[in-house]
Structure formats: structure tokens, C-alpha cells
Design a protein around this ligand. Sequence first.
Ligand SMILES: [Zn+2]
Length: 415
Amino acid sequence: MLLEKYSIGVGDRFGYQGAAQLRALQLAEQQGVKVVPVWNKSNREHSIIGTNPEDTRREADTAVKATGWKEPYHVDADHIGINNVDKFIPYCDFFTLDVADFIGKTAATSELAAFEQSSAKFKGKLHIPHAGREFIVTDEVIRTIGTKYLYAVKEASKTYQHIKKNKADDAFIIEVSMDETDAPQTPVELFFILSAIAQEGIPLQTIAPKFSGKFLKGIDYVGDVRAFAQEFEEDILVISHAVSMFHLHKNLKLSVHSGSDKFSLYPMMHHAINKHKAGLHLKTAGTTWLEELIGLAAAGGDGLIIAKDVYTQAYARIDELCKPYASVVEIDHSKLPAPSQVAQWTSDQFVSALRHDQSNPSFNIHLRQMLHVAFKVASEMGARYTSALKTFEDSVGTAVTGNIFKRHIKPLFIG
Ligand SMILES: [Zn+2]
């Protein structure tokens, strides 16, 4: 099973916005750009909300039927490993093997020796076609990369073999992710990681490295955009070179786990993928839930009351809600308005504070991040929340579709 050139993760916490999200991809199609959807929901998210991979599959199938989507679509077992993959296997056809926790663990001496031996031919100047600089590879470089990453690749291999044994051959897509770690991978590291992945026979189609800078949840990139631009372009070139050197899948591409809304990066990412005719997978899971809140708040009445209740509870439980996301949220508590103040807000005020519009002086990145991780509060509201989604379906759906199409797909894939 081959993944299309452009794909986008369409995360959906509660499983109600499948059709609204697909409509955004249909708008892209009308403009001549095919972007296929990949429903992704991590094990962490399933366990916070109490859903199962089966629910995600059902949502995807239902949305596809409802909208008449004719192109491929996939369901991603996002950030899984050997210990939790089993329940995803029957319902998913895309597996993101997260091996970040295994970076730095040492592989067996014999495995390391084999890796060093197979890598020795790249010693000296490593020429990556079209990259503006040369990379120097020494014994030391190879040994350091092997020590740092080989164990993680072997772990990915173990999980891949397990999936392969339990799922009809070739009926799935494999991604390897190393993004949830502290240090970014350099282009040279990426090259040798791909070499190790090829040697393990993992039919990799997307790889998610850790990039420089901060990818916080639901807000823009924090870091040096130009440094990112260089890193991103070099990674594209490394992948293209690795594909020919190691006979990896021809459609192998970068997967950017964006944490959503990296708007300042989209123009240069668009430029780079166009320039090198590269594919891209963008994971942008969380904003649909925020668009639901925006849609509810915008609708006024009970919708606005629910949005305010979510805020009040989230404010009181902020530490608990942030805990699973500790490394990817940075909230200044002093910048959060008191719930008593928010209680007085109009629809417009609530929407202005939450909607990701950096030109709006009322936009508040602290409030946005807090609400981003507050979906647990809404899930505990149960039917009160989900029936409001149905009551205010039009307002919510408009917010969801508009957000994905205008803010994400257009600047990134269409330009
Ligand atoms: Zn990730």
C-alpha cells in the first residue's frame, strides 16, 4: 500500500468532524491539489478520552461515505510501540512506530559492529546532491550515530515484524517517528538512520525526525525560522539521496509532527517541497477540537456557555491537564484571564482570544494552549458536549473546514 505524495493528519478528539475535515480536502481537490487524509489518534489520546481505534475507523469510513470522498484515506496508529500496537492492528492501515524513548540505548556489540562496517564506505566527504555544503563522516561520527540510534531502529523493526505477522502483507503504511525527544537529528544522523532502517528491511514511507525549535501545541513555531528552513530542505535532500543509496520506497517523505499551527513555517515548507518535488505528510491533530470550541462559542447561547464552562474547569485543573503534554506546552499562568472575567465575555471576545489569528491583539497563546490540552474536560461532559456539537453543527463545521483549508492546506500545499 502506497501513500500519496501529499497527506495530512486529520485528528479528531471526539470523532464528530470527519465530514467537515474531508470537505476541506475536497476544496483542495477543486483547486487541483490532491491531499489525502490520515485519521490519527495516539494511544495517549485514546486513553484520555476513553475511545478505541475501532471508533476512529468507524468515523473515517462514515465521513468518507457521507462526503463521497473518492480518493484513498487511512487510519493511523499514532505513536505506538510493541506494547500497545495489538489493539490498533485490525483497524489501522498506517502505523507510526514511535521509538524516541529508545534513542541512546545501546545495541548489542555485534549489531553495532555490523552497522559500523556497513557504514564505513561513507567515510570522508558525504556528498548530498543539491545540498549547499558537504558533510564529513568519520569513524567517530558513525560510532556515535550507531550508539545513539541503532537500538531505536531495531525496536522499530521488532514492531514492524509484529504488525507484518498479524496483518495481510503490504496492506499498511509504515512511519518511524523520533520527534518526541530532546535533541534534533542532524541531516547526517538522518542519513545513517535511514541506512539502518533499510538494513532492517522496514518498508518505510514516512519519517518524522525531531526538528530544531519548539513545536508547542496549537501555537506557532518558536525558534529560528531560517535555521529550520535549511534543516528541512537538507532533510528532503538526504531522504532523496538515501532512497537511491539504500533502495528505500521511492515515495519516502518527511512527516512533520507539527503540534498544529506552525504557520510561520508553511511558506518555506511549501517552497522547499515544490522546489524538490518532494512529498509531505503533515500531522496536525489538535486544532479541530479547538475549532469545535470556537464554533460553539461563536454560536452563542448554550454553545457559548459550554465553551466558558470548559475554560473554568480547565483553569482549575491546569496542572493535571498539562501533565501528559508537559514538554509541548508553555503556559504563563499570569496571562490567563480569570474565569470570572471570561464568564462576562461575548461570543466575539471568546472567539478572538482563542482563534489563531496573530494579527488580532486579543488573541491569547496561553489561553489557546491551555484549552488545547483541555479536551478531557469536554469528554467528561459527555452528552452535554456532544449533543451541542450536533445542535451547532453548522457553526462548528464551518469553523473546522475553514481552519484546515485556509490556514493549513492552502499555504502549505497550494501556495
Ligand atoms: Zn509526534
